[in-house]
Write a protein of this length. Sequence first.
Length: 202
Amino acid sequence: MGLSDGQQLVVYDSDNGGFAARLWWLARWLGHLEMAVLDGGYRAWVAAGYPVERGATSTTVPPGRLSRREPIASPVSVEDIVAALGSHDKLVIDARAGERYRGETEPLDPVAGHIPGALNRPFVQNVRPDGRFKPAEVLRAEFETLLAGRPPSSIVHQCGSGVTACQQLLAMEHAGLTGSRLYAGSWSEWCQDPNRPVARGA
């Protein structure tokens, strides 16, 4: 797609940064440092009066050159989550909507509910009505309430399939709370094994 070492990559979406943040995380997993998410995404761009194009691009982009680098981000495995159940070493934060977390509905996976001990913070709480992130100091105060004295490195983010949880991780980074990690398999992986425990309710 034309991306090379040292080249700034900016990603955006039209859905509160949930999908763009997944690409932000993947670039960090590949060790690409020059990575940003457009705050407010496409809606903010249009609202600011910046130009837009319609239709497919007519420009042919030559392939880029990316070197193999050390990852900036690394995922947490399901085995890590199982090992942490009932301990204070890790705190899982579920980024799904409250009704999915509580097990009242599950539109995508065969089992409803959440990982035992996980706390719920829907990813949409990280943005303002216009889709832009809340100020860093506001996010920091909100996350520190959830952390309850734990270090950011103890936090594992998950959602349904590891996409919108990346926006939660980005929000913590924006707030200066660095070091949290992603459970990429998230609920879709967790609920595949009937031997793994499932919690329901608040």
